[in-house]
Design a binder for this molecule. Structure first.
Ligand SMILES: [Zn+2]
Length: 369
Protein backbone atom coordinates (compact mmCIF):
# COMPACT_ATOMS: atom_id res chain seq x y z
CA UNK A 1 0.00 0.00 0.00
CA UNK A 2 2.76 2.39 0.96
CA UNK A 3 4.66 1.65 -2.24
CA UNK A 4 1.53 2.27 -4.22
CA UNK A 5 1.01 5.62 -2.53
CA UNK A 6 4.61 6.62 -3.13
CA UNK A 7 4.41 5.54 -6.78
CA UNK A 8 1.22 7.53 -7.17
CA UNK A 9 2.73 10.58 -5.54
CA UNK A 10 5.83 10.41 -7.69
CA UNK A 11 3.74 10.20 -10.85
CA UNK A 12 1.55 13.09 -9.72
CA UNK A 13 4.54 15.20 -8.82
CA UNK A 14 6.45 14.92 -12.08
CA UNK A 15 5.02 18.02 -13.79
CA UNK A 16 5.62 20.07 -10.64
CA UNK A 17 9.19 18.86 -10.34
CA UNK A 18 9.87 19.75 -13.97
CA UNK A 19 8.53 23.26 -13.42
CA UNK A 20 10.47 23.68 -10.24
CA UNK A 21 13.66 22.80 -12.08
CA UNK A 22 12.97 25.30 -14.82
CA UNK A 23 12.40 27.93 -12.17
CA UNK A 24 15.55 26.82 -10.36
CA UNK A 25 17.66 27.41 -13.45
CA UNK A 26 16.65 31.05 -13.64
CA UNK A 27 19.14 32.67 -11.31
CA UNK A 28 18.66 36.32 -10.56
CA UNK A 29 22.24 37.54 -10.36
CA UNK A 30 21.15 41.09 -9.47
CA UNK A 31 19.79 39.95 -6.12
CA UNK A 32 22.19 39.79 -3.21
CA UNK A 33 23.19 36.28 -2.26
CA UNK A 34 22.22 35.25 1.25
CA UNK A 35 23.76 32.64 3.50
CA UNK A 36 22.42 31.79 6.94
CA UNK A 37 24.63 30.06 9.49
CA UNK A 38 22.82 28.09 12.14
CA UNK A 39 24.91 27.25 15.21
CA UNK A 40 23.00 24.33 16.70
CA UNK A 41 21.44 24.25 20.17
CA UNK A 42 21.80 27.12 22.68
CA UNK A 43 19.80 28.39 25.65
CA UNK A 44 18.20 25.51 27.55
CA UNK A 45 19.90 22.97 25.22
CA UNK A 46 23.70 23.04 25.33
CA UNK A 47 23.98 20.08 22.94
CA UNK A 48 26.69 17.61 23.86
CA UNK A 49 28.56 18.53 27.05
CA UNK A 50 32.01 17.14 27.82
CA UNK A 51 33.40 18.50 31.09
CA UNK A 52 32.93 22.24 30.79
CA UNK A 53 32.79 22.24 27.01
CA UNK A 54 29.38 22.80 25.44
CA UNK A 55 28.63 21.98 21.81
CA UNK A 56 26.45 25.12 21.63
CA UNK A 57 29.49 27.31 22.45
CA UNK A 58 31.90 25.62 20.03
CA UNK A 59 29.52 25.87 17.09
CA UNK A 60 28.61 29.48 17.91
CA UNK A 61 32.30 30.43 17.85
CA UNK A 62 32.82 28.60 14.54
CA UNK A 63 29.74 30.24 12.99
CA UNK A 64 30.86 33.72 14.04
CA UNK A 65 34.29 33.04 12.57
CA UNK A 66 32.74 31.80 9.29
CA UNK A 67 30.90 35.09 9.05
CA UNK A 68 34.05 37.08 9.83
CA UNK A 69 35.99 35.23 7.11
CA UNK A 70 33.20 35.58 4.54
CA UNK A 71 33.26 39.34 5.06
CA UNK A 72 36.72 39.25 3.47
CA UNK A 73 36.40 36.30 1.10
CA UNK A 74 33.02 37.28 -0.37
CA UNK A 75 32.06 40.77 0.85
CA UNK A 76 29.08 40.94 -1.52
CA UNK A 77 27.41 38.11 0.39
CA UNK A 78 24.78 38.81 3.06
CA UNK A 79 25.53 36.58 6.03
CA UNK A 80 23.16 36.01 8.96
CA UNK A 81 23.42 33.92 12.09
CA UNK A 82 20.33 32.32 13.61
CA UNK A 83 21.69 33.19 17.05
CA UNK A 84 24.43 35.44 18.39
CA UNK A 85 24.54 34.29 21.98
CA UNK A 86 23.60 31.33 24.15
CA UNK A 87 19.91 31.51 23.28
CA UNK A 88 17.09 29.53 21.70
CA UNK A 89 13.98 30.46 19.74
CA UNK A 90 11.65 28.18 21.62
CA UNK A 91 11.60 25.89 24.66
CA UNK A 92 10.32 23.10 22.41
CA UNK A 93 13.16 21.62 20.41
CA UNK A 94 11.17 20.86 17.26
CA UNK A 95 9.66 24.32 17.20
CA UNK A 96 13.08 25.83 17.89
CA UNK A 97 14.60 24.06 14.87
CA UNK A 98 11.68 24.96 12.70
CA UNK A 99 11.97 28.62 13.68
CA UNK A 100 15.63 28.61 12.69
CA UNK A 101 14.60 27.45 9.22
CA UNK A 102 11.84 30.05 9.11
CA UNK A 103 14.37 32.72 10.05
CA UNK A 104 16.51 31.58 7.10
CA UNK A 105 13.48 31.61 4.81
CA UNK A 106 12.55 35.11 5.96
CA UNK A 107 16.03 36.30 4.94
CA UNK A 108 15.66 34.62 1.54
CA UNK A 109 18.61 32.32 2.28
CA UNK A 110 20.10 30.71 -0.81
CA UNK A 111 22.09 28.44 1.47
CA UNK A 112 21.70 27.57 5.15
CA UNK A 113 24.46 25.80 6.99
CA UNK A 114 23.66 24.05 10.27
CA UNK A 115 26.81 23.69 12.35
CA UNK A 116 27.04 20.99 15.01
CA UNK A 117 29.56 18.75 16.77
CA UNK A 118 28.94 15.04 17.05
CA UNK A 119 28.74 12.59 19.98
CA UNK A 120 28.53 8.83 20.31
CA UNK A 121 28.78 6.19 23.05
CA UNK A 122 32.42 5.30 22.36
CA UNK A 123 35.61 7.34 22.40
CA UNK A 124 37.19 5.95 19.22
CA UNK A 125 34.75 7.20 16.57
CA UNK A 126 36.05 10.42 15.08
CA UNK A 127 35.77 12.67 12.05
CA UNK A 128 33.53 15.13 10.28
CA UNK A 129 30.37 14.41 8.33
CA UNK A 130 27.65 16.39 6.60
CA UNK A 131 23.96 15.65 6.26
CA UNK A 132 21.58 16.32 3.41
CA UNK A 133 17.93 15.47 3.02
CA UNK A 134 17.54 12.75 0.46
CA UNK A 135 14.86 10.54 -0.93
CA UNK A 136 16.61 7.33 -0.08
CA UNK A 137 14.81 4.38 1.38
CA UNK A 138 15.67 5.10 4.99
CA UNK A 139 14.06 8.51 4.68
CA UNK A 140 10.87 6.98 3.37
CA UNK A 141 10.86 4.57 6.30
CA UNK A 142 11.19 7.43 8.73
CA UNK A 143 8.45 9.44 7.15
CA UNK A 144 5.94 8.14 9.66
CA UNK A 145 8.03 9.07 12.67
CA UNK A 146 8.63 12.52 11.26
CA UNK A 147 4.96 13.05 10.46
CA UNK A 148 4.17 12.54 14.14
CA UNK A 149 6.21 15.61 14.94
CA UNK A 150 4.12 17.76 12.62
CA UNK A 151 1.07 16.95 14.70
CA UNK A 152 2.98 17.65 17.90
CA UNK A 153 4.36 21.04 16.99
CA UNK A 154 1.06 22.81 16.54
CA UNK A 155 1.15 22.73 12.74
CA UNK A 156 -2.18 22.17 10.98
CA UNK A 157 -1.11 18.80 9.65
CA UNK A 158 -2.97 15.83 11.10
CA UNK A 159 -1.14 12.53 11.39
CA UNK A 160 -4.40 10.59 11.29
CA UNK A 161 -5.22 11.89 7.86
CA UNK A 162 -3.29 9.95 5.23
CA UNK A 163 -3.63 12.73 2.67
CA UNK A 164 -2.08 15.19 5.06
CA UNK A 165 0.72 12.81 5.92
CA UNK A 166 1.43 12.44 2.23
CA UNK A 167 1.52 16.22 1.82
CA UNK A 168 4.45 16.33 4.20
CA UNK A 169 6.23 13.80 2.08
CA UNK A 170 5.46 15.66 -1.13
CA UNK A 171 6.97 18.78 0.36
CA UNK A 172 10.30 17.07 0.93
CA UNK A 173 10.09 15.24 -2.36
CA UNK A 174 9.58 18.32 -4.49
CA UNK A 175 12.17 20.46 -2.84
CA UNK A 176 14.86 17.87 -2.41
CA UNK A 177 14.70 16.47 -5.92
CA UNK A 178 15.62 19.95 -7.00
CA UNK A 179 18.13 20.82 -4.28
CA UNK A 180 19.72 17.51 -3.38
CA UNK A 181 22.53 17.32 -5.97
CA UNK A 182 23.84 20.77 -5.12
CA UNK A 183 23.34 20.24 -1.37
CA UNK A 184 25.34 17.05 -1.73
CA UNK A 185 28.17 18.76 -3.61
CA UNK A 186 28.38 21.48 -0.97
CA UNK A 187 28.29 18.91 1.84
CA UNK A 188 31.06 16.94 0.16
CA UNK A 189 33.16 20.05 -0.29
CA UNK A 190 32.82 20.89 3.43
CA UNK A 191 33.91 17.38 4.41
CA UNK A 192 36.82 17.41 1.96
CA UNK A 193 38.00 20.81 3.22
CA UNK A 194 37.75 19.80 6.89
CA UNK A 195 39.47 16.51 6.11
CA UNK A 196 42.48 18.49 4.83
CA UNK A 197 42.82 19.89 8.36
CA UNK A 198 43.47 16.38 9.67
CA UNK A 199 40.03 15.23 10.72
CA UNK A 200 38.72 11.97 9.33
CA UNK A 201 36.26 12.35 6.46
CA UNK A 202 33.12 10.38 7.25
CA UNK A 203 31.42 11.80 4.17
CA UNK A 204 27.94 12.90 3.24
CA UNK A 205 25.05 11.18 4.96
CA UNK A 206 21.30 11.10 4.57
CA UNK A 207 18.39 9.17 6.01
CA UNK A 208 17.47 11.44 8.92
CA UNK A 209 14.97 14.21 8.40
CA UNK A 210 16.52 17.06 10.32
CA UNK A 211 13.80 19.51 11.30
CA UNK A 212 15.90 22.55 10.48
CA UNK A 213 16.71 21.28 6.97
CA UNK A 214 13.20 20.05 6.36
CA UNK A 215 11.60 23.47 6.69
CA UNK A 216 14.13 25.30 4.53
CA UNK A 217 13.05 26.79 1.24
CA UNK A 218 16.59 27.17 -0.11
CA UNK A 219 19.57 24.86 -0.08
CA UNK A 220 20.69 23.49 3.25
CA UNK A 221 23.28 21.21 4.78
CA UNK A 222 24.03 20.23 8.35
CA UNK A 223 27.69 19.76 9.26
CA UNK A 224 29.01 17.77 12.21
CA UNK A 225 32.50 19.19 12.43
CA UNK A 226 33.97 16.43 14.61
CA UNK A 227 33.28 14.14 17.57
CA UNK A 228 33.21 15.68 21.03
CA UNK A 229 33.35 12.15 22.45
CA UNK A 230 36.76 11.61 20.85
CA UNK A 231 39.56 13.26 22.81
CA UNK A 232 41.65 14.22 19.77
CA UNK A 233 38.70 15.66 17.81
CA UNK A 234 37.47 17.53 20.88
CA UNK A 235 40.87 19.06 21.61
CA UNK A 236 41.05 20.35 18.04
CA UNK A 237 37.48 21.56 17.47
CA UNK A 238 37.38 23.36 20.82
CA UNK A 239 40.76 25.06 20.33
CA UNK A 240 41.02 28.58 18.91
CA UNK A 241 43.20 27.26 16.07
CA UNK A 242 40.78 24.45 15.28
CA UNK A 243 37.70 26.68 15.31
CA UNK A 244 39.41 29.18 13.01
CA UNK A 245 40.60 26.51 10.57
CA UNK A 246 37.24 24.72 10.46
CA UNK A 247 35.58 28.08 9.83
CA UNK A 248 38.06 28.55 6.97
CA UNK A 249 37.10 25.18 5.51
CA UNK A 250 33.38 25.94 5.70
CA UNK A 251 33.69 29.49 4.37
CA UNK A 252 35.77 28.26 1.41
CA UNK A 253 33.03 25.76 0.58
CA UNK A 254 30.42 28.53 0.81
CA UNK A 255 32.43 30.67 -1.62
CA UNK A 256 32.57 27.72 -4.08
CA UNK A 257 28.85 27.18 -3.70
CA UNK A 258 28.02 30.77 -4.66
CA UNK A 259 30.60 30.87 -7.44
CA UNK A 260 28.88 27.90 -8.98
CA UNK A 261 25.48 29.60 -8.72
CA UNK A 262 26.94 32.62 -10.51
CA UNK A 263 28.31 30.34 -13.21
CA UNK A 264 24.81 28.97 -13.73
CA UNK A 265 23.42 32.47 -14.21
CA UNK A 266 26.10 33.18 -16.83
CA UNK A 267 27.78 35.69 -14.53
CA UNK A 268 31.26 34.21 -14.87
CA UNK A 269 33.97 36.73 -14.20
CA UNK A 270 37.03 37.00 -16.44
CA UNK A 271 39.17 35.79 -13.56
CA UNK A 272 37.23 32.56 -13.31
CA UNK A 273 37.58 31.96 -17.03
CA UNK A 274 41.32 32.57 -16.91
CA UNK A 275 41.62 30.12 -14.04
CA UNK A 276 39.70 27.44 -15.88
CA UNK A 277 41.91 27.82 -18.95
CA UNK A 278 45.08 27.49 -16.91
CA UNK A 279 43.85 24.35 -15.16
CA UNK A 280 45.53 21.11 -16.14
CA UNK A 281 43.88 19.81 -19.29
CA UNK A 282 42.57 16.26 -19.09
CA UNK A 283 44.16 14.00 -21.69
CA UNK A 284 42.80 14.52 -25.19
CA UNK A 285 40.44 11.95 -26.61
CA UNK A 286 39.44 10.97 -30.13
CA UNK A 287 37.28 13.26 -32.24
CA UNK A 288 33.60 13.19 -31.29
CA UNK A 289 32.07 9.96 -32.50
CA UNK A 290 28.47 9.10 -33.21
CA UNK A 291 28.87 5.98 -31.12
CA UNK A 292 31.59 4.45 -29.04
CA UNK A 293 32.87 4.64 -25.48
CA UNK A 294 33.06 7.47 -23.01
CA UNK A 295 34.05 8.01 -19.37
CA UNK A 296 31.09 8.65 -17.13
CA UNK A 297 32.21 11.07 -14.42
CA UNK A 298 29.01 11.71 -12.47
CA UNK A 299 25.27 11.40 -12.83
CA UNK A 300 22.49 13.64 -11.56
CA UNK A 301 18.75 13.74 -11.08
CA UNK A 302 18.48 16.93 -13.09
CA UNK A 303 20.41 18.93 -15.61
CA UNK A 304 23.55 20.69 -14.42
CA UNK A 305 25.47 23.31 -16.38
CA UNK A 306 28.54 21.69 -17.94
CA UNK A 307 30.55 24.67 -16.67
CA UNK A 308 29.49 23.93 -13.10
CA UNK A 309 32.26 23.98 -10.49
CA UNK A 310 31.56 20.39 -9.51
CA UNK A 311 33.18 19.21 -12.75
CA UNK A 312 36.45 20.60 -11.42
CA UNK A 313 39.25 20.21 -14.02
CA UNK A 314 36.71 18.84 -16.52
CA UNK A 315 34.56 21.97 -16.27
CA UNK A 316 33.32 22.92 -19.74
CA UNK A 317 34.70 19.72 -21.23
CA UNK A 318 32.00 17.34 -20.14
CA UNK A 319 28.98 16.47 -22.20
CA UNK A 320 25.56 15.36 -21.15
CA UNK A 321 24.33 11.93 -22.17
CA UNK A 322 20.97 10.57 -21.21
CA UNK A 323 20.08 7.31 -19.58
CA UNK A 324 17.08 5.93 -17.71
CA UNK A 325 16.33 5.79 -13.99
CA UNK A 326 16.39 8.49 -11.38
CA UNK A 327 19.95 9.65 -12.10
CA UNK A 328 19.35 9.86 -15.80
CA UNK A 329 21.64 12.80 -16.54
CA UNK A 330 25.09 11.35 -17.12
CA UNK A 331 28.02 13.71 -17.39
CA UNK A 332 30.77 12.17 -19.46
CA UNK A 333 34.19 12.98 -20.82
CA UNK A 334 35.65 12.00 -24.19
CA UNK A 335 34.57 9.73 -26.98
CA UNK A 336 36.63 6.72 -27.92
CA UNK A 337 36.39 4.08 -30.62
CA UNK A 338 37.29 1.27 -28.22
CA UNK A 339 36.85 0.46 -24.54
CA UNK A 340 40.65 0.06 -24.27
CA UNK A 341 41.23 3.59 -25.55
CA UNK A 342 38.76 4.97 -23.02
CA UNK A 343 40.38 3.00 -20.22
CA UNK A 344 43.70 4.72 -20.90
CA UNK A 345 42.13 8.02 -19.76
CA UNK A 346 40.03 6.47 -17.01
CA UNK A 347 42.80 6.39 -14.40
CA UNK A 348 43.36 10.12 -14.84
CA UNK A 349 39.61 10.78 -14.55
CA UNK A 350 39.45 8.69 -11.36
CA UNK A 351 41.88 11.05 -9.65
CA UNK A 352 39.08 13.63 -9.76
CA UNK A 353 36.01 11.39 -9.86
CA UNK A 354 36.82 8.18 -8.02
CA UNK A 355 33.68 6.40 -9.22
CA UNK A 356 34.24 7.20 -12.91
CA UNK A 357 33.93 4.30 -15.31
CA UNK A 358 33.76 3.53 -19.00
CA UNK A 359 30.34 3.31 -20.65
CA UNK A 360 29.12 2.77 -24.18
CA UNK A 361 27.11 5.49 -25.91
CA UNK A 362 25.16 5.94 -29.09
CA UNK A 363 24.05 9.39 -30.21
CA UNK A 364 23.08 11.28 -27.07
CA UNK A 365 22.38 8.21 -24.97
CA UNK A 366 24.16 5.74 -22.78
CA UNK A 367 23.55 2.24 -24.12
CA UNK A 368 24.07 -1.04 -22.34
CA UNK A 369 24.97 -3.11 -25.41
ZN1 LIG B 1 24.18 19.12 17.72
Amino acid sequence: MRNLIIALLVSLMLPVVANAQQAGNVVDSSRKRVVVLDPGHGGPRPGKVVGKVHEADIVLDISKEVRRQLATKMPELDVYLTRHCDSAYNADQTKDNRMRAEFANSKGADLTVGIHANAIGNTTTNGCEAWVLSLDESLMKQNNARANLFADDGDALDINDLDTKSMGFIKVLTRQLDNEPRNRMFAQQCCDNINKLGLKNLGVKSGKIWTMLYYLEGHGVLIEVGYMTNAKDLAYISSEKGKKEIAGAISDAIVSFFESLDALSGDVSATTEEQSVSEAQPAASDEALEEGYTIQLISATHEVDTNDYQFKGYKGRVRLLMSTGRYKYKYCYGSYASREAAKRDLEEAKKTFKDAYVVRFKGGNIVTQ
